[in-house]
Every structure is written in structure tokens, then in C-alpha cells.
Design a protein around this ligand. Structure first.
Ligand code: HEC
Length: 247
């Protein structure tokens, strides 16, 4: 598949992802996350070839990141898992199409080693803004909707050639465990779920200003423009988005 062309970096692959904001007509895959696989053991004694995957929700790759550090624990493989961390500036860099090279924390059990991970901002932009309508068909194509800046456009067209972020990386906490706390930050939720170029645009100029909780809920229930993909948001989160939309 054409997806494979994008995966230039041997040690790590963006394997599967899709658009959370369901604004297109084809919504066969609406996983609200980006899944990475690290396939190279970067350092340490564990020479056994093994890979880990980690899932990063789009809500955490918002153009307006709110936290200083975003951490993610990988799935278990070979009896252990690892943590990767993104700094706020790295999230901003990703949204500008840059590439990130990360080192994971050491394993939480067994022999001590780390993995190398790579995230291509151009692919993230594609997943967020194009995948839902075009599946993999328009990878490496000129973005048709351009509220993108020139770096973002080049990155979508060639994710593997985008500049590597030089922002100071975050240090992963090897003891980090994912919290189940649900964000109720309406602006951040809007930015992550609704602001894609093909959807409703940035909050300040949203085409959905002053929409109420009931109107948003109905749009999701009726799958307006594919919005059923937002069915995972809680009522409290929808209320927070409605509050953020009040002008
Ligand atoms: C809301 C759905 C939707 C989204 C989101 C969307 N497209 Fe499209 N795109 C279309 C439709 C419909 C067409 C016209 C039919 C076709 O050519 O497939 C089209 C056409 C295109 C074309 C061919 C025509 C042209 O202008 O060159 C390209 C290339 C393209 N899109 C790339 C992208 C990229 C890259 C993104 C993400 C930044 C994107 N599109 C986002 C629906 C969408």
C-alpha cells in the first residue's frame, strides 16, 4: 500500500491511524489515535529483537497543547513496556510537520534497554486532516485545504524529509502510568476534535460559535458529516466544548 512509501525511517513506523474529527463521508476507520511501533532496541543488554507499540490520541497532539509533558506507556512486549514523552514544544513542532526522534525510558522489568522512536509530523497532519476523507490515497499529495503554512504543506507532501525537531526533549518517567482522568478543558477539546481545516476551523473563528450542548449531541447522534466518530466524548466534555463556543 502507498502508506509504506512514507515509512522511510527503518527503526520506527507509524503503522495505523485515523482521523478523530469525523467530518468526511468515509468513516470506516475512526480510531482517534496514532499508533507507533518501535522496532529497534537502541541501547542496553536485551539484544532480542522485539517491538512495542504505543497509542497517542489526537487529543494530545493538539495545535494548542496544554500540558508541559505528554507521556505514554507502550503495550507490553517481551514481558515489559516502556514510556515515551513529548514536550509541549515537540507537540507544536509535530503540528508544524517536523519529525521527532525520541528515546523511550528503560524497560519496567527485565534487562535494561531503551528503544528509538520516530514520529513524522507530516503523517500526523495527514491522519488528522486528510485520512478520514481520502484514506491513504492522497498521501504525499498537495493538501487541498490550505490553512496550512508552507512547512506543513511540504511535510504532508513528504513527511520523511521534514526537518528534525531540535527542541529539548521531555524525559520519560519510567514509573509513569496512564491516568484515566478525563479532560474537561473545552478549548483543548475543541482544538483536538473539531478544529481541523475541513471541519469547523479554529475556536476563535469557528463556524459553530454558540452551538449548544444539545445541538452538538444531536449532530453526533445523527452522524452529521461523520461526527459519530466523536461518540467517545462524555456529556461533560461536550458541555465543556459548548461552553468554549459561547461568544
Ligand atoms: C472533507 C473531506 C476531505 C478532506 C478532509 C480532504 N479532502 Fe482532499 N478531496 C476531497 C474531495 C471530495 C476531493 C475531490 C475528489 C477527488 O479528487 O478525490 C478531493 C480532492 C483532493 C485532491 C485532488 C484534487 C486536487 O486539488 O489536487 C488532492 C490532492 C487532495 N484532495 C488532497 C487532500 C489532502 C492532502 C488533504 C489533507 C490536508 C485533504 N485532501 C483533505 C475531500 C477531502
Amino acid at each position: 500500500m502507498s502508506y509504506a512509501k512514507n515509512v522511510l525511517v527503518g527503526f520506527c513506523v507509524l503503522v495505523a491511524s485515523a482521523l478523530q474529527c469525523g467530518c468526511g463521508s468515509e468513516n470506516e476507520t475512526n480510531a482517534p489515535a496514532i499508533k507507533l511501533t518501535a522496532s529497534t532496541v537502541a541501547s542496553g543488554a536485551d539484544a532480542t529483537a522485539h517491538v512495542h507499540t504505543v497509542t497517542i490520541p489526537f487529543t494530545d497532539i493538539s495545535p494548542v497543547p496544554v500540558a508541559d509533558v505528554y507521556q505514554f506507556r507502550s503495550e507490553v512486549s517481551n514481558g515489559h513496556s516502556h514510556v515515551i514523552a513529548l514536550s509541549k514544544q515537540q507537540v507544536i513542532d509535530l503540528n508544524n510537520g517536523m519529525r521527532l526522534a525520541l528515546a523511550s525510558s528503560a524497560a519496567n522489568s527485565g534487562t535494561s534497554h531503551t528503544h528509538s522512536w520516530s514520529i513524522q509530523g507530516g503523517s500526523v497532519l495527514y491522519e488528522k486532516n486528510c485520512y478520514n476523507c481520502h484514506s491513504n490515497d492522497k498521501r504525499n499529495h498537495n493538501p487541498m485545504n490550505v490553512s496550512f503554512n508552507s512547512s506543513q504543506i511540504s511535510a504532508v507532501m513528504n513527511p520523511g524529509s521534514a526537518p528534525l525537531s531540535t527542541s529539548t526533549p521531555a524525559t520519560p518517567d519510567p514509573n509513569y502510568s496512564p491516568s484515566t482522568a478525563v479532560s474537561l478543558d473545552g478549548s483543548a477539546l475543541y482544538a483536538a476534535n473539531c478544529s481541523a481545516v475541513a471541519c469547523h476551523g479554529p475556536l476563535a473563528t469557528s463556524s459553530k460559535q454558540n452551538k449548544t450542548y444539545n445541538q452538538i449531541k444531536t449532530a453526533i447522534t445523527n452522524n452529521s458529516g461523520g461526527m459519530s466518530s466523536l461518540g467517545g466524548l462524555t456529556d461533560a466534555q461536550l458541555q465543556a466544548i459548548a461552553t468554549a463556543l459561547i461568544k
